[in-house]
Design a protein. Structure first.
Length: 150
């Protein structure tokens, strides 16, 4: 059976401009090394099918890509690939939630019709108030309960 991971991006963006600025700003504001997170299904060939909400892709998306260990930290979940795909299908058309992404800083709740990356992952995991989780807070929580059921 294919395994599902929470994947946390710790690299520096190869892109320039707004995508790079948003990654830097996320790390600065959340005081951590992670600027993005994904639900990642391991294909077993060095590639992963990744699900998230992305600034670059303007919202919820799915794409296949490698997750090099020097840029990504992975935490194993007990979720099934089918459950991830179903969650994605239910949320596929949602746009990126800029206000929600900065909501934990300015006390603005996220919107139900949009997602930012860690909100998407936290909602998939069934966490209460998923809009409260930055990639760094979600990593701290998932690391703390890694040996328990996620």
């Amino acid at each position: 059976m294919k395994q599902v991971y929470l994947a946390f991006y710790k690299g520096r963006e190869d892109h320039h401009g707004f995508a790079r600025l948003s990654g830097w700003l996320t790390r600065l504001v959340t005081r951590g090394e992670y600027s993005h997170c994904e639900l990642a299904v391991d294909l077993g060939n060095g590639e992963f099918v990744c699900y998230s909400s992305s600034v670059r892709d303007k919202g919820v998306r799915c794409k296949q890509m490698p997750l090099p260990r020097d840029k990504w930290d992975l935490i194993l979940t007990r979720a099934s690939p089918a459950r991830v795909e179903k969650f994605f299908q239910q949320n596929d058309q949602l746009k990126y939630d800029w206000l929600g992404a900065v909501g934990f800083v300015v006390f603005n709740r996220g919107r139900e019709d949009k997602y930012f990356c860690s909100e998407f992952c936290a909602d998939f995991l069934g966490l209460v108030d998923s809009w409260r989780y930055s990639p760094n807070i979600l990593h701290a929580l998932a690391s703390s309960v890694q040996n328990k059921t996620l």
